[in-house]
Design a protein around this ligand. Structure first.
Ligand SMILES: Nc1nc2c(c(=O)[nH]1)N[C@H]1C(S)=C(S)[C@@H](COP(=O)(O)O)O[C@H]1N2
Ligand SMILES: [Mo]
Length: 405
């Protein structure tokens, strides 16, 4: 998706100054800005979020703001491919969700009120991570939002099981292959007939207990920018599968071929390639499971610790279903590793908290690195893993700088 330059009016909202040659700003180039003034706050969002783009809106969360075990709604990142609905629907109870597709003999429509009344409610803490989280580190650079580490969060989601709704719609299990979604956002071109994004998951993933059609985050209605009033949530899969402003689900008898399912979007080379390679669409495979990963959320990078004092290190680790079994930290650039304490997940696809009390031998500059291993014996790489054209799946160890002085 090419990024449009910020319009004159849009930049005015940031600094108060017009950008004189705004029309000449090449697509994708970010303005440096003049001061350290915080970004304007997005509706319902924490002022500390970093805004990467404002059309479409994309904002990530600095690591230290993700310290909570359950991510607050105002701290969850935003990734929009198009223009979000400008205002919430007048009557959210009347919001409709249609279930259709080749493997549904007769399309069925439920209102949100009917979904809430007819099906059992479930709550799970599920990680939502953009497949492009960490893209910023790829070299040669990859096109797209330059996420650092903050396109991740793990709130508690409440809704109904996708499986229960598909069963009530009479889907044909012998024909069902893939589930696709449609949402009520608008294409950047403004063309009402153009679909912004229509991705989905294989039927086996759709039928898992934790696969939700959700209307609440941490017990409150979803924030508008995160899909209010209704969205899908699939933990452990790229967040692009979790459709927002959900209006339709199609149960396909083939691989879903919606917008951004093919080409180079949300796909990686089926076999590793050399950095900078051009890869034909036919040699690209859809990203399914997300890799094992961890994030240090305390202290904030750059912390100063008095000599002789111990550092309380903390953060989260997650994987795509197999639990994280081990998190280790290093203060010597990965030469040696010490174990962290690690909590079990509250449910499958929830992140887990790690902590350690770290001592430093003498004053100076250090980096603390964290590395997670999961029950499938997958280990985070210390440096950037497989380069790919669009910069997906960077699960390299997270690191922070610490000064003992
Ligand atoms: N309708 C719709 N759903 C969408 C998107 C979108 O642009 N439109 N973006 C997807 C992508 S790429 C991501 S990473 C997640 C982000 O969810 P969040 O904005 O709630 O953090 O939503 C997904 N669902
Ligand atoms: Mo994404």
């Amino acid at each position: 998706m090419p990024h449009r330059p910020l319009s004159r009016r849009q930049f005015l909202t940031r600094s108060g100054l017009p950008v004189i040659f705004a029309a000449s700003l090449p697509a994708g180039v970010q303005l440096l800005g003049l001061s350290a003034a915080p970004d304007p706050t997005l509706p319902g969002k924490h002022p500390g979020l970093t805004i990467l783009n404002d059309r479409p809106v994309n904002a990530e969360t600095p690591a230290h703001l993700l310290d909570e075990a359950v991510t607050s709604a105002d701290r969850l990142f935003i990734r929009n491919n198009g223009i979000a609905p400008a205002a919430p629907p007048a009557d959210p109870a009347e919001w409709t969700l249609r279930i259709a597709g080749e493997a549904v003999p007769q399309a069925v429509t439920f209102t949100l009120a009917e979904l809430q009344a007819k099906f059992r409610h479930h709550t799970y803490q599920l990680t939502l991570e953009c497949g492009g989280n960490g893209r910023k580190e790829f070299y040669p650079p990859a096109r797209g939002n330059q996420w650092s580490t903050g396109a991740i969060g793990c709130p508690a989601w409440t809704g109904v099981r996708l499986r229960d709704v598909l069963e009530a719609a009479g889907y044909q299990s012998d024909r069902a292959v893939y589930v696709g979604y449609y949402g009520r956002d608008t294409h950047l071109s403004g063309d009402p007939d153009k679909v912004v994004i229509s991705r989905g998951v294989p039927i086996a993933k759709a039928l898992e207990d934790e696969s939700l059609i959700a209307w609440a985050m941490n017990g409150q209605p979803l924030p508008l920018l995160n899909g209010y009033p209704l969205r899908l949530v699939f933990g452990g899969y790229p967040a692009s599968c979790s459709g927002k402003w959900l209006s339709e689900i199609v149960v396909r008898d083939r691989l879903h071929d919606g917008e951004k399912m093919g080409g180079q979007s949300y796909r990686v080379p089926c076999t590793p390639v050399e950095p900078g390679a051009t890869v034909a669409d036919a040699d690209m495979c859809i990203i399914e499971q997300m890799p094992v990963k961890s994030l240090i959320t305390s202290p904030k990078t750059g912390a100063t610790i008095a000599p002789g004092t111990k550092l309380n290190l903390g953060g989260h680790a997650w994987s795509s279903g197999p639990a994280v079994t081990e998190v280790a930290y290093s203060i010597d650039f990965g030469s040696s590793w010490q174990p962290c304490r690690l909590a079990p997940p509250v449910n499958r696809f929830a992140w887990q908290q790690f902590s350690a009390t770290v001592a430093f031998p003498e004053p100076g500059y250090y980096e603390v690195w964290a590395r997670a291993t999961d029950a499938a014996d997958r280990v985070q790489p210390m440096v950037l893993p497989g380069w790919n054209p669009r910069g997906y799946l960077n699960n390299a160890c997270h690191r922070i700088a610490v000064k003992i002085a």
